[in-house]
Design a protein around this ligand. Structure first.
Ligand code: FAD
Length: 490
């Protein structure tokens, strides 16, 4: 048997001397996509084997905020109880806008039509939702409430084309990090169903014939490479590639300006590379989620961001990830939030934020920042004049956040790249159908191969359109789709 295989080179079927293990559906990665794929494939009657390189299930999902982006169908029970109606078409329109110029309409349609049922499915797997609404601007609920505004729904230009509703549904847990609870529940469900699971087991390569049809995979268990035959399909659920510097340099160089990866450490792109090794197309690889959170507290949304030319560049009431993408593209990465005394507070996630300038007048702040004379003061003067009338003709910030910045002292907080590093994760991945079937560069299905979660390019595929909950929503829902289709139970 040849051992000339790696994530970038499949082992050829003809070189497999014998199979060590057999199953119907083999799943690489026991994060949220893998767990949901395993549950559905098992329930569709398939034998399932799930393989996880870490010593336990969880992946990035277990480190996450535990928010799912859900709505439509008139509203989830939580949305309705809080008095929000969420028509499927509004949800669909928002997701299409959030998907950006390359939104996948078929995927958005299926998700918009099915998210309400998916909410109930998640609940049935044991994921608790308290069912209460937390108003205001939050990254994740700091309480055990369920529903928050987790995107740009109420902000320009989204609110103009889709009736806004809060759609971030967090699992019930006091404080941040409910992803841990979600993965405990899903892992328990997978194990209770009797799915064969192997931990500390790295998937090393796909096994494919000369036509690139996938027949199984090579996995290292107890230090030994094992040939696992998958009669119905292999599902790649191995996360994205934020831990792979070479892939970042090649595909997503702009993300290198965000030095803090959001991960547990195994997102090395092996799933994507295995797909590419049998001819899969990888798409939207330049896209990534990024954040340098500036709220809570929500009062800071009433401030204005300026760049080194003293100019505004975004409506500050947009989702923090969208604002961060606009920050990243400002000249020399230099950005400040201007606040007056009435709204000043330090951001919750950066209590030691650098206060770059303070003054009794905006002229003093401008001069302390060393900006071109008259630019910052002109920006503030225009903003204040319009905000006093509830208007923002430049960036259309919602009137609820418009307040003239007139109460001294005035300050500029630094959100510049060098003072406040952004964190990120990747959004590009393998091209798939909504069934999870992986496509080659010509749009043809690669036999026996599926992908879901951040190994695939899913619903979230445009950094500046991302909203919290989209990745867990996408990974769990399309993980299920892949599991069911691979099992042949569609
Ligand atoms: C701090 C933080 C907060 C976040 N908050 C949210 C949120 O609230 N809502 C939201 O939607 N998203 C959130 N995200 C993003 C979200 O958690 C991930 O995008 C999501 O978990 C992706 O799911 P996945 O199944 O593709 O990958 P993962 O959950 O990372 O699972 C992939 C699994 O594959 C394993 N693996 C990798 N390579 C191999 C291999 N070769 N062989 C075997 N196993 C392998 C990994 O160890 C891992 O267990 C957050 C992320 C972080 C870290």
């Amino acid at each position: 048997m040849s051992n000339n295989y790696s994530p970038s080179h499949p082992l050829r079927l003809k070189d497999v001397a014998h199979w060590d293990m057999e199953t119907d559906v083999a799943i690489a990665g026991f994060g949220i996509a893998g767990a949901c794929a395993a549950i559905e494939a098992h329930q569709a009657g398939a034998r399932v084997c799930i393989l996880e390189v870490a010593a336990a299930a969880g992946g990035s999902a277990a480190l996450s905020g535990g928010e799912f982006y859900l709505g439509g169908g008139g509203g989830t029970p939580v949305q309705k109880a809080a008095g929000f109606e969420d028509a499927t078409e509004d949800f669909f329109n928002y997701l299409m806008m959030a998907g950006g110029p390359g939104a996948d309409e078929a995927r958005v349609r299926l998700y918009a039509d099915s998210a309400l049922a998916h909410y109930h499915w998640l609940n049935e797997q044991g994921i608790p939702f308290k069912g209460t609404y937390l108003p205001g601007k939050w990254l994740e609920p700091t309480t055990d409430d369920t529903l928050i505004w987790s995107g740009s729904e109420a902000a320009w230009p989204f609110a103009q084309q889709a009736k806004p509703a809060p759609r971030g549904h967090a699992a019930q847990m006091e404080g941040w990090g409910a992803g841990k609870l979600i993965m405990e529940k899903l892992t328990a469900r997978v194990m209770q169903l009797g799915v064969e699971a192997h931990f500390s087991s790295r998937v090393l390569a796909l096994i494919a014939d000369e036509d690139n049809k996938v027949h199984g995979l090579v996995v290292r268990i107890d230090g030994q490479p094992r040939m696992l035959r998958a009669h119905k399909g292999v599902i790649l659920c191995a996360g994205g590639y934020i831990c792979n510097d070479e892939m970042l340099r090649r595909y997503t160089p702009q993300a290198l300006g965000c030095p803090v990866p959001t991960t547990g450490g195994n997102d090395d792109g092996s799933g994507i590379r295995m797909g590419i090794s049998v001819g899969a197309a990888a798409i939207h690889m330049d896209q990534f989620f990024a954040t340098r959170p500036f709220f809570p507290p929500g009062s800071l949304v009433k401030g204005i961001f300026i760049n080194e030319n003293g100019q505004r560049f975004i409506n500050e009431d947009a989702y923090h990830g969208r604002v961060t993408h606009y920050m990243l593209r400002q000249p020399n990465g230099r950005v400040w939030l201007l606040v007056d005394n009435s709204i000043f507070k330090r951001p919750m996630t950066r209590p030691d934020i650098d206060i770059a300038a303070v003054g009794e007048t905006w002229e003093e702040v401008e001069s302390e920042l060393g900006l071109p004379q008259g630019e910052l003061t002109h920006t503030v003067e225009c903003y204040n004049r319009n905000a006093g009338q509830g208007l923002d003709p430049l960036w259309h910030k919602d009137a609820a956040y418009l307040k003239p910045l007139v109460e001294a002292p005035f300050a500029a907080m630094s959100y510049s790249e060098r003072d406040y590093p952004a964190s990120f994760f990747t959004l590009g991945g393998l091209s798939t159908l909504t069934t999870g079937q992986v496509l080659d560069a010509g749009g043809q299905v690669i036999g026996g191969l599926y992908a879901a979660g951040r190994t695939a390019c899913g619903l979230p595929r445009w950094g500046e359109g991302y909203s919290s909950g989209m990745s867990l929503g996408d990974s769990s829902f399309f993980g299920r789709e892949a599991g069911r289709h691979a099992a042949g139970g569609a």
